[in-house]
Design a protein around this ligand. Structure first.
Ligand code: PEP
Ligand code: MG
Length: 576
């Protein structure tokens, strides 16, 4: 029977394909059916993984020095106890046998059951042991997959068959892996409008939907589904008529995209001659091809932290240098703004994880960089070395205080000094800018204007922190509002202050790619937009049809009102 579910569309277009189910963000496990004859083998594979992890933990316990704090051994004992619990070490075998499924899936099913039991526990301490269960299961999953990262490639199906990934939740690290795996679309039960998962999904330019709540529960493996990313609708088991209708829509959407491609080399300027720069946000060096195909005149945000994800080791200086150099060279003299790694929060760095209650307010971005100066300087040296091969700018994420800017600038000087000593060339005029994405920085913008060469407004975080809404939490997604008067006032204020001081300012949050806001930002004085590549030509089209002189008075009115209705009406006039 055909039915429909609704969520938040994060990337437009239509995808038609077969569902491929995966599970927890940290514990991606594909589901597949194991032929009856191979069930004993699958059970043995599971047993072998349990044995390996048990041996690993026992070895760890044996290696704990006698001087180590008692919690160390207690911690390992706890993990061994969890591993040996029959729920995890025995019951999955039954699931493999009865459901004829793969070991990863069986383990995941059992873990979910165990975690649900933990949720019922009243005792806070015991409830928190959930994290230990997850860590133990992660170890087993890792052993089963034989590699870091838990998202296995799609099963070898018909290569012409589109696969649509159906997950409860995905991490940004998972999504960036899709760049290699070529899914036609993905849909998740959780996820916020500007979560990093969503942001990366947009850059893939595949239709996707988050916050569906029941997709994983209702959709079966291999079921035919339609994803309408524009409307945020998923149609499960569509009938022939609906399918034909969506095939037509898909065709029309593709035609529109083709038409837009004609604007690729057109200069982005308004009808009355106000020129703007349209830059691309990228996650990996290979994204440059897509950026150039969509006419980007620079990279406004290279989220360098994605080089650090999906791996067990950290990229060393040479590896980072090669990645940055490649982007600089491929952009052929056009500006490339590389952000120093914005790890932490939903992009955890490898290594032991602490339980953090509010990760977005914790040790992330520049705060994390400054706690590990050696690791940070490694990155700064790599960026400086790469600057010899193109036009690189360094961007510092999440600045809030003058001290953070000063310390970063001091570390950049140190990196330069070390390169000078080694006679390694770099661009001596390299520009250093800061992301303005914390309200404190926006309100005390003078600090950063005085210290830095340029600014870039990160509206995803600026909105998160201004409106106090967790960007990864779909239950508060409806409160995400770029048109909130407080947000508008901060954004307009930053641009105005930077303009007055003649410090270049860009905007690289999702607002930059939102075509309903293109004219408003133009009227605020924005001249550099940076966005995921999929929206570059849409935004250019709006710029080309705009008349700057007519926009300013309306934008001024928008800044003077607090009334949401009036704001919407004025925006509609601006865009008419
Ligand atoms: C932002 O916060 O707007 C931004 C561009 O950075 P990120 O989305 O990577 O946090
Ligand atoms: Mg940010």
């Amino acid at each position: 029977m055909s039915f429909t579910i609704h969520g938040i569309g994060v990337s437009g277009g239509v995808a038609i394909g077969h569902a491929h189910l995966v599970s927890h963000a940290k514990l991606e496990a594909a589901h597949y059916v194991v032929p009856r004859s191979q069930v004993p083998e699958e059970s043995s594979r599971f047993d072998a993984a349990i044995r390996t992890v048990r041996a690993e933990l026992e070895e760890l316990r044996a290696g704990v020095p006698s001087t180590a704090p008692a919690e160390f051994a207690a911690f390992i004992n706890l993990h061994l106890m969890i591993l040996n619990d029959s729920m995890l070490s025995v019951a999955p075998r039954r699931v493999i046998e009865t459901e004829q499924c793969n070991a990863e899936w069986a383990l995941k099913v059992q873990m979910d059951e165990l975690l649900a039991q933990f949720d019922e526990i009243e005792d806070g301490y015991l409830r928190e042991r959930k994290a230990d269960v997850i860590q133990v299961v992660e170890r087993v999953m890792k052993t089963l997959s034989g590699q870091p990262g838990y998202l296995p490639p799609p099963p070898a199906a018909d290569p012409d068959q589109n696969l649509i990934l159906v997950a409860r939740d995905l991490s940004p690290a998972d999504v960036v892996q899709f760049k290699q795996h070529q899914f036609a679309s993905f849909i998740t039960d959780l996820g916020g409008t500007t979560s990093h998962t969503t942001v990366v999904a947009r850059s893939l330019a595949i239709p996707s939907i988050v916050a569906l709540h029941t997709a994983r529960q209702l959709i079966r493996e291999n079921e035919l589904i339609i994803v309408d990313g524009t409307q945020g609708v998923v149609i499960i088991a569509p009938d022939g008529q609906v399918l034909a209708e969506y095939q037509l829509r898909q065709h029309q959407f593709d035609l529109e995209r083709q038409k837009l491609k004609r604007l690729k080399n057109t200069r982005a300027a308004t009808l009355d001659g106000v020129a703007v720069e349209l830059h691309a946000n990228i996650e990996l060096p290979d994204d440059v091809t897509e950026a150039r195909d969509n006419g980007a005149t620079g990279i406004g945000l290279f989220r360098s932290e994605f080089l650090f994800l999906n791996r067990t080791d950290l990229p060393d200086e040479d590896e980072q240098f090669e990645a940055y150099r490649k982007v600089a060279v491929d952009m052929d003299g056009m500006p490339v703004t590389i952000r120093t790694y914005d790890l932490g929060a939903d992009k955890p760095v490898n290594g032991p994880q602490r339980i953090v209650t509010t990760p977005a307010l914790g040790l992330r971005a520049i705060r994390l960089c400054l706690t590990e100066p050696r690791r940070f300087v490694t990155q700064l040296r790599a960026m400086l070395r790469a600057s010899h091969y193109g036009k690189i700018n360094i961007l510092i994420p999440m600045l809030a205080t003058a001290a953070e800017a000063d310390q970063t600038l001091a570390l950049i000087r140190e990196a330069k000094r070390s390169l000078d000593e080694e006679r390694v060339p770099y661009d001596r005029g390299i520009k250093v800018g800061g992301m303005i994405e914390v309200p404190a920085a926006a309100l005390a913008i003078g600090i950063f204007i005085r210290k830095l060469d340029f600014l870039s407004i990160g509206t995803n975080d600026l909105i998160q922190y201004t409106l106090a809404i967790d960007r990864t939490d779909d239950t508060v997604s409806h409160l995400y509002d770029p048109l909130h008067p407080a947000v508008l006032s901060l954004v307009a204020g930053i641009i105005k202050a930077a303009d007055k001081a003649k410090v270049p300012v860009a905007l690289c949050g999702e607002m930059a790619g939102d075509t309903t806001l293109t004219r408003l930002l133009l009227a605020f004085g924005l001249r550099q937009y940076s966005m995921h590549t999929a929206h570059l030509l849409d935004v250019k089209q709006i710029v080309l049809k705009s008349n700057f002189s007519q926009l300013k008075p309306l934008a001024r009115k928008m800044l003077r009102t607090n009334d949401p209705g009036k704001l919407q009406a004025l925006l509609a006039r601006l865009n008419s």
